[in-house]
Design a protein. Structure first.
Length: 463
């Protein structure tokens, strides 16, 4: 059954990558892939669960004595229904709810013309200069917000600056690279860095000190190469107006700052309350919702001209949300069946070098979601005692393995456009062709990825 699951997973990913030649929407393929893998997992659970999750399965039987007298197939099905699906769906829904909240807030800013406060200040039409401005803005924004939210904001911004779709793809691809690189050195910049930070594997000071420069290099190298291949200036963009003539510039700017402030508030909320990020995002959305209700109640506008939250939500790209759901559900099966843990164990046994292991995990994260990879790594390698020496010293708090894992898991996702949440969102929002990104940017992202690793190794050798 494990082999069958892997074959189906590979076929499903190939179908997603060949979306345009096959003329089958990638969201349909992703949903079919995810659900098919869960069906096969359930059918073969008798032989998979007792081996892949022996400890958790035994604990489940112990805590649910009513299941102990059932046939094995019924026991494992109950385990899948009450443990596996519940746990994975809980984690996935957190991500999706966070995403829906962030996309709604960004759309709210957009429909009120809020991004003009940025676009009006980016006056250059020179392609090369704009590329660098966009890249550095994305890099540092993703460290403050997170790479997913930043990608959404910057893609929306691109639509205000660049009219030509194919030209916009080039800038969107650099945004994906810059967002993933920027999120890797901040404890709140990526889901995986949050996991390592909250888990006590890394601290803020060490993460910034050792991962900032490699992350910056991983962004600069590919952008510099792209900059050499573009010339000229962009055509002027049409001047925008507010979503309604009765909404003043001050009100439009206030909505922008309120929306961006709400996004920045989310990691602060997480730090203060220790609640999942999606709670902070939905809390921020609730505040904005109440504000916009009061705002429009105070104005004498026709209903059709109002941009209240229910109307804004209809603009959210739901196919991208469902695509994300299908992919994560498929990866969850690989995690539940022990495939990812087995892979991590094999790397440790046969490679036994943290630089090589992290590098390979980073490349793998361009195909398989980096969250379960990092989760599997954290489960396999417990934090070592501070007095540990030799190979074990790589696994202490702020050890080489954890710092480099933060870099590799984040930056490695840029190698393939489906390798990160920011890439998936950019692909969904701009309808970027997988093959186009593979030809134009995968090699550049890989070069930047290994350049950053070399910088990190040099840092460790010197300091």
């Amino acid at each position: 059954m494990i082999v069958l699951l892997l074959v189906i997973f590979v076929i499903g990913y190939l179908a997603i990558t060949l979306e345009h030649p096959l003329k089958v929407d990638k969201t349909a393929t992703a949903l079919l892939l995810g659900m098919t893998m869960w069906v096969i997992y359930a059918l073969g659970a008798d032989s998979i669960v007792p081996q892949a999750a022996a400890g958790k399965f035994a604990l489940f039987l112990q805590e649910n004595p009513g299941t102990q007298g059932l046939p094995l197939h019924e026991q494992v099905l109950q385990y899948i229904l009450n443990v596996d699906i519940v746990e994975h769906l809980g984690d996935i829904c957190q991500t999706l709810l966070f995403l829906i909240g962030a996309m709604t807030i960004v759309e709210l800013i957009d429909v009120h013309g809020g991004f003009r406060i940025i676009t009006d200040r980016i006056t250059t039409r020179r392609k090369v200069k704009l590329l660098w401005v966009i890249s550095f803005t994305t890099f540092f924004m993703s460290a403050i917000l997170d790479n997913l939210t930043t990608t959404i904001v910057m893609i929306m911004l691109l639509r205000k600056l660049i009219a030509n779709k194919k030209e916009r793809w080039l800038y969107a691809a650099t945004i994906v690279i810059a967002a993933n690189s920027g999120g890797a050195w901040s404890p709140i910049g990526d889901v995986t860095t949050i996991m390592l930070w909250v888990g006590g594997n890394v601290t803020t000071g060490s993460l910034i000190s050792y991962v900032l420069l490699p992350s910056l290099v991983s962004m600069i190298v590919p952008v510099a190469i792209v900059a050499r291949s573009i010339r000229g200036s962009l055509s002027p963009v049409k001047s925008e107006t507010s979503s309604d003539s009765q909404i003043s510039t001050g009100e439009r700017n206030f909505i922008f700052f309120l929306g961006v402030g709400a996004l920045i508030f989310v990691p602060v909320f997480k730090t203060l309350t220790h609640l999942p990020p999606f709670v902070g995002m939905l809390f921020a959305l609730g505040v904005l919702w109440v504000f916009t209700e009061i705002f429009y109640n105070s104005k004498s506008l026709e209903k059709a001209r109002e941009q209240r939250i229910p109307k804004v939500i209809s603009r959210v790209d739901m196919p991208s949300i469902l695509f994300f759901l299908g992919i994560l559900m498929a990866v969850a099966v690989l995690q539940s069946t022990g495939v990812l843990s087995w892979l991590a164990s094999a790397l440790d046994e046969h490679v036994h070098n943290v630089y090589v292991i992290d590098s390979m995990l980073g490349v793998l994260s361009s195909i398989v979601d980096n969250v379960p990879l990092v989760a599997a790594s954290m489960g396999m390698y417990p934090v070592a005692d501070p007095t540990a020496t030799g190979y074990a010293a790589n696994f202490i708090v702020d050890g080489t393995f954890w710092e480099l894992l933060s870099y590799c898991a984040g930056v490695g996702g840029s190698i393939m456009i489906i390798g990160s949440a920011s890439g998936v969102i950019a692909m969904g929002l701009e309808k970027i062709n997988f093959g186009w990104y593979l030809r134009k940017f995968s090699g550049l992202a890989l070069l930047g990825y290994f350049s950053g690793i070399i910088v990190y190794i040099i840092e460790k050798a010197i300091f």
